[in-house]
Design a protein around this ligand. Structure first.
Ligand code: HEC
Length: 465
């Protein structure tokens, strides 16, 4: 093990022991900052300690997930890097780009070991066979390339899709490949012979991503029309349709245990599905602006790495493996969003990923990026005991009332409380802010100053939309 790896293993143990909010990043929320353009692809190493990000800025970032620090940039693509995958040894990786090429990297040195050329269109996805001997590239030239990584042979091409190929996934034995295309189909291929076995799905609209869970017997896919569906691998029968009103679906990821499926869309939301009963476990807005292009879970399924239009990748503490954490939130998701009031929907989608409404003493085991909003009204900013605030709120004179909360989201934390750690920006509509404040007023328990809950604090003054 390299000294750096030893060092980060030590940190990992330390931060696990500390356990307090903010011990690892901020309650698990962490940004990987440094790219000079949107992040199109992300991957987490098999041991969960490292991450890779592929960006529009042509580079691939190699990161230490414990500290959130960049280890090095991998430079070699001559156009946007779109996808990246670790090899099973965790020491090498492959990236794919708009320059039509794949690059095999030595992560220890940052050297490009090999450039894999031959596609005639940009590459949007790359997958590695479980034994690490083959890479499958999905090309917008309508072909899938199968690249031997251990033998000095050229690629084999799988031809049959009638449009751009967007994704490819190997089965656990490496013998079968499933591919998704803009031609609206998912196809199954025999890897040894390169023969098309059959068309598994005919969706009609372009299919952007697919996820295989052979143990549980399903395949899930996301499409340009917003469809999120799961089918039975054996029968092809539809198991679940979780299509929301948002489109297109641009990213899918599953937890290592296969239980949770995360879906990223063109409108910046992440939805987490519990595949045990195909219900929505979480649904939140993860990007202030623009789509979610890439998703990957960490080794425990606790944190979800997301890439999008912003120039950083963000780790979200979604707690995939932590049933307790989900249970605490379950009441927020026990009804479909359309049955919620607008204020509740605002909270669930825009705040609940980082804040609970629980009494501080009950939240110690609920990792969240932000402090609890319990007893928010009448509370001086920066005063929840045990939470590590930024200098912007620590020692602030601000008192949280309808008007100050309104301003926080009318102007955005970056303007109203400059230097704040809260990344959420503005809520443009006055009505949405008022509904959210009304929801918070009735769901954050008593006021901090002991005054009666109703009356006393002014409604937010009117403002411009
Ligand atoms: C991505 C995580 C994140 C999201 C989403 C988020 N917050 Fe925060 N919030 C934080 C963090 C972190 C802080 C602490 C800021 C600091 O210390 O500067 C905070 C602080 C606050 C505070 C000040 C609390 C105090 O004790 O002074 C309020 C009020 C607040 N958030 C409300 C909201 C509301 C309402 C929403 C939804 C519209 C929201 N936040 C969405 C992370 C988030």
């Amino acid at each position: 093990m390299r000294p750096a790896a030893l060092f980060s293993a030590g940190l990992l143990i330390l931060s696990a022991l500390a356990g307090a909010p903010g011990a690892r990043g901020d309650g698990g929320y962490q940004r990987l900052e440094g790219h000079g353009g949107p992040v199109k692809g992300v991957a987490v190493s098999p041991d969960g300690r490292f991450a890779l990000t592929a960006s529009f800025d042509y580079s691939v970032g190699f990161w230490d997930l414990v500290s959130g620090d960049l280890i090095r940039w991998l430079e070699g693509h001559e156009a946007a890097a779109n996808a990246v995958a670790f090899l099973p040894d965790g020491r090498r990786a492959i990236s794919a780009g708009d320059d039509f090429d794949l690059i095999l990297w030595d992560l220890e040195t940052g050297q490009a070991l090999k450039r894999l050329e031959g596609h005639k269109g940009k590459l949007i996805a790359v997958s590695i066979s479980p034994d690490g001997t083959l890479a499958a590239s999905s090309g917008w030239d309508g072909r899938i390339g199968l690249w031997p990584l251990t033998a000095p042979r050229g690629p084999r091409w799988l031809k049959g899709h009638r449009a751009n190929v967007n994704d490819a996934k190997f089965t656990a034995d490496g013998g079968t490949l499933y591919t998704a295309s803009y031609d609206g189909t998912i196809r199954r291929w025999d890897v040894a012979t390169g023969a098309l076995e059959r068309v598994v799905v005919e969706h009609g609209f372009g299919v952007n991503h697919l996820i295989l869970n052979e143990e549980a017997g399903w395949l899930a896919y996301g499409a340009v029309d917003g469809a999120v569906r799961a089918i039975d691998l054996a029968t092809g029968e539809e198991l679940a349709d979780l299509t929301a009103e948002r489109r297109p679906i641009l990213a899918l990821a599953k937890t290592p245990d296969g239980r949770y499926l995360a879906v990223g869309d063109g409108e910046g939301y992440i939805m987490v599905i519990d595949t045990a009963d195909w219900t929505i476990a979480r649904d939140f807005r993860a990007a202030v602006r623009g789509p979610i292009w890439a998703l990957a879970y960490d080794a425990q399924g606790d944190r979800l790495l997301a890439g999008g239009l912003a120039e950083d990748a963000v780790l979200w503490p979604v707690g995939g493996s932590k049933d307790a954490l989900f249970a605490a939130d379950q009441r927020l998701f026990d009804r479909p969003p359309e049955e919620m009031s607008n204020g509740e929907r605002q909270f669930v989608r825009k705040c609940s990923i980082c804040h609970t409404l629980e009494r501080p003493e009950t939240t110690s085991d609920l990792r969240r990026a932000g402090p609890t909003l319990y007893a928010l009204f009448g509370r001086r900013a920066g005063t929840v005991a045990g939470y590590r605030y930024s200098g912007a709120l620590n020692g602030s004179d601000l008192i949280w009332e309808a008007e100050t909360i309104n301003q926080l989201f009318e102007l955005g934390p970056d303007h109203f409380t400059p230097g704040s750690k809260m990344p959420m920006q503005r809520i443009a509509k006055l009505e949405d802010r008022q509904d959210l404040i009304a929801y918070l007023r009735t769901n954050t328990g008593p006021r901090s100053d002991g005054k009666p809950t109703s009356g006393g604090s002014p409604e937010p003054a009117g403002g411009t939309q």
